[in-house]
Design a binder for this molecule. Structure first.
Ligand SMILES: Cc1cc2nc3c(=O)[nH]c(=O)nc-3n(C[C@H](O)[C@H](O)[C@H](O)COP(=O)(O)OP(=O)(O)OC[C@H]3O[C@@H](n4cnc5c(N)ncnc54)[C@H](O)[C@@H]3O)c2cc1C
Length: 587
């Protein structure tokens, strides 16, 4: 039976047409009844091992699938004409783009990273759990499995060079239902096949590793556990900012508010990109556009995968609650719930309960297929799912924020990283869904290899930069210093004596450091990602106006220009205070 016949048999009510090209890319057209069904059809088509990937152009009866309109960006860029000529353009300043930028900064290359938002880490990179997964969840043999395990290992070097927090807390999966022991052993087998350091341990040993089991009254009930010590935790935006700053210190330039609206090609070769800031000519274009990577690839004439957003909602608990809940999740733990048949069959792991290096507890994420790439809404169902993944003692009142992000999943449910088979010089770094953060160092290395091998094969090998500096300059973190160190710092610079964010204890000195860094923030959230000002219990209620004022002063901008998170999110709309002459008149 052909794939089309199989699909029609399984979904008799849907209108399904398939076309497979010489590269084994299967294109789906037709119409079905719901978005969930459209995704299921895509998945089923992709299951065929002879199919490289799936482009899903099906429509849903009665549903308008939202699409980004690139026309205004195109028109703006065409008016400006050619504005730059570089060796490499990287599209997207998430963890993938920043990691690759830093990797390429080792070479004598003119690299420009363009990002459509106002800052680094505004896509999936800012809305994830910061888990540096060991690699037990990825299907053996996939690119995801390989890069996850390699990337996890490489994080130690990244953290040493770049100075971000990495906690190797380890992961503990356990079962209390003896019937689930074979399922736990199956996960162990996958972990071993993927090359993950993993050990099956007794309930007694599990309770020694995770005292939370004792506190929860579970210690005596654990029948068997799986211990994977390589699991790590990071603050994801901290990693992305450190990578970007180190890349910038080594010569990579960053253009923000710069949307790629077209990829330019000539005789099967990439020649640059058209952006709202003009045409940037380039020998190589690297597509790290997250959830939009499929659209960028299509712009390059290589329509070879479709991304379907899989939204995840996460709840953050008040940091003050950590001591209370700490014992429940010293490590990243999961239990019987996750090993039920329903969860084992899911395309994504979904999440449980973990803490961040800074001491917040995270609940979730959920996992939901949605049609709109921009949908970051949170809904009661996802919220209760996220909250239900942890301990019963956790209260909604302890939550300081819910947020959502979308995983950019393709239908093969694997990463899609390759030099385009159609457009030479165009490199796809697509479908970087979870564990994209954990895999980032290995993704960057792989792309470095693709690019340098290509250049060598085409007779222009790329030279290393002898002045490359792998070290990212560490900035003072006031709240972690001893009293004596704090006093000495304030003596040197009184700005460290002024607390701006009371919840997190962030000083003006730290905010100034961030604003004057090599990749400076321009919005209040940009300052938040770099310093944590606004990440505490009050969520910026107290410090937001102070941060706004400092940004305006230091960047010589009007208060009304300062945004929360880029274009269209201005905080103050007008200065309606009476000026001096009006005041006199009133008097
Ligand atoms: C809820 C959730 C939880 C997760 N948890 C984990 C976890 O614990 N561990 C883990 O390893 N992974 C996790 N992930 C996955 C991880 O977050 C992603 O794999 C990773 O962040 C992807 O990074 P990226 O740089 O490829 O994409 P992104 O971070 O999305 O960056 C893409 C960038 O491209 C820009 N862009 C898009 N189109 C254009 C254009 N036309 N022009 C210019 N710029 C453009 C976007 O603005 C964006 O900044 C999670 C994901 C979600 C959603």
């Amino acid at each position: 039976m052909s794939i089309e016949q199989k699909l029609r048999k399984k979904f008799p009510d849907a209108e399904i047409h398939t076309r497979v090209d010489a590269r084994r890319i299967l294109t789906l057209t037709g119409q079905c009844a719901s978005w969930q069904q459209l995704v299921q059809i895509g998945h089923m088509a992709a299951k065929d091992e002879n199919i490289k990937n799936v482009v899903n152009k099906m429509t849903v009866k009665g549903l308008t699938i939202p699409k980004k309109d690139y026309t205004p960006y195109k028109e703006a860029g065409e008016k400006l004409g050619v504005v730059e000529d570089v060796d490499v353009v990287i599209i997207g300043a998430g963890i993938s783009g920043c990691g690759i930028a830093r990797e390429l900064s080792k070479y004598q290359l003119n690299v420009l990273l363009v990002e459509m938002s106002d800052d680094v880490a505004t896509g999936a990179t800012k809305s994830n759990n910061g888990n540096i997964h060991p690699g037990y969840a990825a299907k053996p043999g996939t690119l995801k499995a390989k890069l996850n395990v390699e990337g996890n290992r490489m994080y130690t070097d990244w953290a040493n060079d770049l100075g971000f927090d990495l906690q190797r807390v380890g992961a503990l999966g356990f079962v209390t239902n003896p019937l689930l022991k074979p399922a736990l052993r199956a996960v162990y087998k996958v972990a071993k096949t993927n090359g993950v350091p993993a050990e099956l341990v007794s309930g007694k040993r599990a309770a020694e590793i995770e005292p939370g089991l004792v506190k929860n009254g579970l210690a005596g009930k654990v029948k068997q556990a799986l211990w994977m010590p390589s699991m790590g935790l990071v603050e994801p935006y901290q990693v992305a900012v450190a990578l970007a700053e180190n890349a910038a210190d080594n010569g990579v330039r960053f253009w923000f508010d710069c949307t790629v609206a077209d990829v330019l090609t000539e005789s099967g070769k990439v020649t640059g990109v058209l952006t709202n800031k003009g045409i940037i000519k380039a020998k190589y274009v690297i597509n790290c556009a997250g959830i939009y990577a499929d659209e960028i690839s299509a712009m390059a004439g290589d329509e070879c995968y479709t991304l379907h957003p899989r939204k995840g909602v996460i709840a953050i608990l008040d940091k003050a609650k950590e001591p209370e809940y700490e014992a429940l999740c010293n490590h990243v733990t999961w239990n019987d719930l996750k090993l039920t048949i329903k969860n084992m069959k899911a395309e994504t792991k979904g999440g449980g309960m973990c803490h961040t290096p800074e001491g917040n507890i995270l609940m979730g994420p959920s996992a939901m297929e949605i049609p709109d790439k921009e949908d970051k809404s949170t809904d009661p169902k996802s919220l209760s799912y996220a909250m239900g993944r942890g301990d019963d003692q956790i209260q909604y009142g302890d939550v300081i924020r819910f947020f959502a992000g979308s995983r950019p999943a393709d239908y093969k449910e694997d990463f899609f990283i390759e030099m385009s088979e159609v457009t030479d010089g165009f490199i796809n770094v697509g479908a970087i869904q979870s564990p994209g953060l954990a895999s980032a160092p290995a993704i960057a290395k792989m792309v470095e290899g693709i690019l340098t091998d290509h250049a060598k094969a085409h007779g222009h090998p790329i030279q290393k930069d002898p002045n490359w500096n792998p070290k990212h300059e560490e900035k003072p973190v006031f709240r972690r210093m001893s009293r004596e160190e704090q006093d000495a710092l304030i003596q040197k610079d009184p700005a460290y004596g002024r607390i701006i964010c009371r919840c997190e204890g962030i000083t003006e000195g730290e905010i100034l450091q961030a604003i004057h860094s090599s990749v400076p923030p321009t919005s209040v959230d940009g300052v938040k990602r770099r310093t944590r000002a606004g990440m505490g219990r009050c969520q910026g209620g107290f410090c937001q106006p102070r941060v706004l004022e400092i940004l305006a002063r230091e960047q010589n901008r009007d208060w009304t220009d300062i945004t929360l998170k880029g274009k269209g999110s201005n905080i103050l709309l007008a200065d309606n205070r009476p000026d001096a002459s009006e005041k006199e008149e009133r008097a």
